[in-house]
Design a binder for this molecule. Sequence first.
Ligand code: FE2
Length: 391
Amino acid sequence: MPLESIITKLSTELDFQPITRVIWGEGKISSLAEHIQKLGSKKPLLVSDPGIVRAGHVERALNILAEAGIQAVVFDGVEENPTTEHVANGLKVAQSHEIDSIIGLGGGSSMDCAKGINFLYSCGGKMEDYWGEGKAGKSMLPLIAIPTTAGTGSETQSFALISNAETHQKMACGDKNASAKVAILDPVLTISQPFEVTSATGMDAISHAVESHVTLRKNAISQAFSREAWKLLATSFEGVLSTPDSVEHRGQMLLGASLAGMAIENSMLGASHALANPLTANFGIAHGVAIGLMLPHVVRFNSEVCESEYHELADVSGEPFESQLSGGERVAQKIEHLRERAGLPTSLKEMGVSPDAFPLLAEQAQEQWTGKFNPRPVTKIELEELYRCAL
Ligand SMILES: [Fe+2]
């Protein structure tokens, strides 16, 4: 975004705190030991999951560290949608080795779990104590985040999504101290992801760019990140789906997802996330798939209050559209086009969700934190209607 655009969007106040150093480029995982040393760490805890172990990424990271004389401790017990139990298991490993830094290597689940372990190791208590924003209150161990998917953007924001193992309540625990000190974005690591993961996580990243661009908390700088993120993601998503081993497309997606993470850090998310979470909780629909089902409808719904913002996105989406269409319609059509190319489902009916479930889903969606930042207010009535649109 040109500088004039930021200046013209500035209002009277701005609160913007970049924390994470971002290292992006092919093969950059080789710099891991150097960054660990710069942080003064001698015994890092590497947090990952079995799939990343099988892909060989954990071994690669351990070898890079070992060559520099650094012996890392490994916790590879993370699973999708990490719970307080995964955090507790990782904490046990951390406490028995007196670690002095943490590396989160994997998708959003591994990076979030690494943050969760860091909260409890550094500040004590239980995960529930950190539910919300800014509850840590003291410094934490330095974290290096290495994403293997272009998706959540957890590497560049301070939130960890951890579910209560008993109640299944998803808790967003965020604190500036939990942010990674360094994010290493190596597109080669994302090549191992299967098509379904690339498509669902890519749609999630796209939604982060679109939602963060229009929230009530947005500011001029967060919008610059949202817009650049959208531009990268919207123009490289088809490329990464058709040529999954293209380092160029993978790199653009990875950087786009991280820029969207930076935008979220300052602007939060919107109604698509509020609507998607109950679909995941009640029907087991993967996060990115649920997002893909809801996002176009939320964009059309929001269109009447953020037309100019959507036009800004549509203008850089790399596709010509009929000029008489509204900004929201242009963006919604682009998302639907990408969703189709990604082979993602297009209706709730297709996913076995019947209208009978809508009242309960809408009630749960209303309780989601992210809905509060949506630019157009959403009550249970609007949320139920949005589910109906997606039927
Ligand atoms: Fe998301």
